[in-house]
Write a protein that binds this ligand. Structure first.
Ligand SMILES: [Zn+2]
Length: 630
């Protein structure tokens, strides 16, 4: 711009000394006037137009009339239309941008601002190679910023200067402006402006993974190393908050992994992850209505888990409770356990062959959204049931109890779990889960879902996310124990809680794939998380299942089954579960007798039968106590 002004000044001097050019605006040719001198070349016309513009800027009498300004714009337009491909064309567009900006400053008409913007845009868009292209972009950015209060569009124009004109005379100015915008408006800097040495000191954040149901969402953010974070709940003028931002300090996310994902028909409406400052990554969450949320981190690998619950949850809970004295409703029982449909949406097209496949965000949405709001099923007449179909349990007749159970065979894929006696924990627990599933479904007449039905790796937080988004009523994680001493054997059953028991902490550390030291870091926030989890119910469920298994296995040629008791410990896989949840350590794979039992089909059948019995007893007593209470 500065360079251009000198050029203009010199030209004005030259033109003024030219006797053929009149200073009178009336003598200037205008677009559409056939009387324009035939001898005037586009170059001459352009200089005349510029001269008149200069007059307008310096002669206050002349400048007072808007009509004179419009005349001035017609001068430039005419030159442009005469030779849209000549050297004058980009300069005409640029000068028109300048003229309309001056007009806007003088007359405050919005239409002039729009004209100015559109001429600057045309100048850079149609003539990107011209020396005025970056000037036009910069002035466009200033218009957005100063007059339209639109830092976003200003940023877009400035980023074009950074990307397309790295050697241009506006690069430094644009960079400076972008840094100011980044600071004042939380706008991410282009990567080229982020100091690389600084990036190396930042923790790299990876794309997020998330799950959502109609009233809940879990988001997992992975990081290269531990990172501190803070959250902002955006208040709404009326009603509950709908936006939650989580800022990760001293962190960086590569531009190709910054993204915005819109989710349809789920509690989570939109998720965005972006670099908002040179050293801050923000996760933006737009949800239906925030009722409560919990954020916690898990180590090895370091990840942050965000659980957000919607305001609709209380309505759902109310719908689940028995309504005494009211008709049970007429919904057919068969509609109560529809096949759950999971939708996996790959947010990016698959990478081309040979191309590195980026980790993608995965959305899992439950489709059967209205199911939980249905009234309790009608009590069917026993003789009306098809042959072989068991009648509804008492709990289901009352519209409470268990409609869906998630079984979680521990470990899988790259994580074999405990290995001993030529067996891997992941294989045995999957087999047990597959045998348990149909038995449970039949006995409790409910839907049973496995977190994994094959030998695949599943992070611990994903297993809970499945149970929560499935809105399961119970969550049972199946494991085998191991001990350095091969003598140790027996059965123990866990539920989530803080623990001071060293042995329980050892088992939890083993299942969490972490150290007991890392787990102690979690204890500070665990007490907060536990407030919302169903500790009492989980403890009761654990006792029923544990007792049933002990009794059932006793005196059946499986050796003396040792009772190691019902215990509590901070198992990651149970954190955030919204339903009664337990973790079974069925036997010690490291013990010879237990290992032989695990290979024995009779043992597996008995164990699964007894788990079903224990769960059934739990459901029955829950129903009894609830229906007895006023
Ligand atoms: Zn395990």
């Amino acid at each position: 711009m500065f360079r251009f002004c000198i050029f203009l000044f010199v030209l004005v001097g030259l033109i003024s000394s030219d006797p053929t050019v009149s200073a009178q605006p009336t003598g200037l040719p205008e677009a559409g006037q056939p009387s324009a001198p035939i001898s005037s070349s586009p170059g001459q016309l352009y200089e005349q137009a510029k001269f008149y513009f200069n007059e307008l800027q310096n002669n206050s009498t002349l400048a007072r009339s808007r009509e004179n300004w419009l005349k001035g714009t017609r001068n430039f337009r005419k030159v442009y239309l005469l030779t849209p491909k000549s050297g004058q064309a980009p300069a005409c567009l640029y000068m028109l941008g300048n003229m309309y900006r001056s007009m806007y400053e003088r007359f405050s008409l919005g239409i002039d601002l729009e004209e100015s913007l559109s001429y600057y845009k045309d100048a850079s868009r149609l003539f990107p190679e011209h020396t005025l292209a970056d000037d036009a972009l910069y002035l466009e950015a200033l218009l957005y910023l100063e007059f339209k209060k639109d830092p976003k569009n200003a940023t877009i124009a400035l980023e074009k200067i950074i990307a397309q004109y790295p050697q241009g005379d506006f690069h430094a100015k644009a960079a400076e402006k972008l840094k100011t915008l980044s600071r004042d408006y939380d706008i991410p800097l282009p990567r080229s402006l982020v100091d690389n040495s600084q990036i190396n000191q930042l923790v790299t954040i990876h794309p997020v993974k998330f799950w959502s149901s109609p009233e809940y969402t879990r988001i997992v953010v992975m990081a290269d190393s531990p990172v501190t974070y803070s959250e902002i709940v955006v208040k709404e003028p009326q009603g509950p908050p709908k936006k939650l931002y989580i800022d990760f300090n001293n962190s960086y996310i590569p531009p190709d992994q910054r993204r915005r994902i819109a989710v349809q028909q789920a509690f989570l409406k939109q998720m965005r992850i972006d670099q908002i400052r040179a050293d801050t990554v923000r996760v933006f969450l737009d949800v239906d209505e925030i009722d409560s949320y919990k954020i916690f981190s898990l180590p090895n690998p370091f990840r942050i888990i965000i659980d957000v619950h919607g305001a609709r949850q209380s309505a759902v809970t109310a719908a689940k409770k028995p309504t005494v004295g009211k008709p049970a409703g007429s919904t057919p029982a068969s509609s109560e356990s529809p096949q759950s449909e999971l939708t996996d949406i790959q947010q990016q097209p698959p990478a081309a062959e040979g191309e590195k496949q980026p980790a993608t965000a995965v959305v899992v949405i439950r489709q059967d959204q209205k199911k939980r709001l249905l009234p309790p099923p009608a009590m069917p007449k026993e003789d009306a049931l098809p042959k072989g179909q068991s009648k509804l349990s008492l709990a289901q007749q009352l519209g409470l109890g268990v409609r869906k159970i998630v079984l979680d065979p521990g470990h899988g894929g790259k994580d074999p779990g405990a290995i001993a006696n030529q067996m891997q924990e992941k294989d045995i627990v999957l087999k047990i889960a597959q045998i348990l599933k149909p038995k449970l479904a039949k006995q409790l007449n409910c839907e049973v879902i496995l977190t994994r039905n094959e030998d695949i790796f599943l992070p611990l937080e994903e297993r809970t996310a499945i149970a929560n988004t499935e809105e399961a009523d119970l969550f049972i994680s199946l494991h085998l124990n191991a001990h350095p001493s091969q003598e140790t054997r027996g059965l123990e059953t866990y539920f989530l809680n803080l623990s001071t028991n060293a042995e329980a902490m050892r088992v939890a550390a083993m299942e969490n794939a972490t150290s007991t030291h890392q787990m102690s870091d979690l204890e500070g926030i665990l007490s907060d998380i536990l407030k919302n989890s169903k500790i009492d119910e989980s403890s009761r469920l654990a006792k029923y299942v544990h007792k049933s298994m002990l009794t059932g296995l006793d005196g059946k040629n499986f050796g003396d089954v040792k009772n190691l008791g019902v215990k509590q410990a901070p198992f990651y896989v149970l954190i955030g579960a919204q339903m009664p949840s337990i973790l079974l350590e069925i036997a010690f794979i490291s013990n010879q007798i237990d290992a032989e039992n695990l290979k024995n089909q009779q043992f597996v059948e008995t164990v699964t039968d007894e788990i079903v019995k224990g769960i059934s007893l739990y459901v029955q007593t829950t129903t009894a106590s609830l229906s007895a209470s006023p």
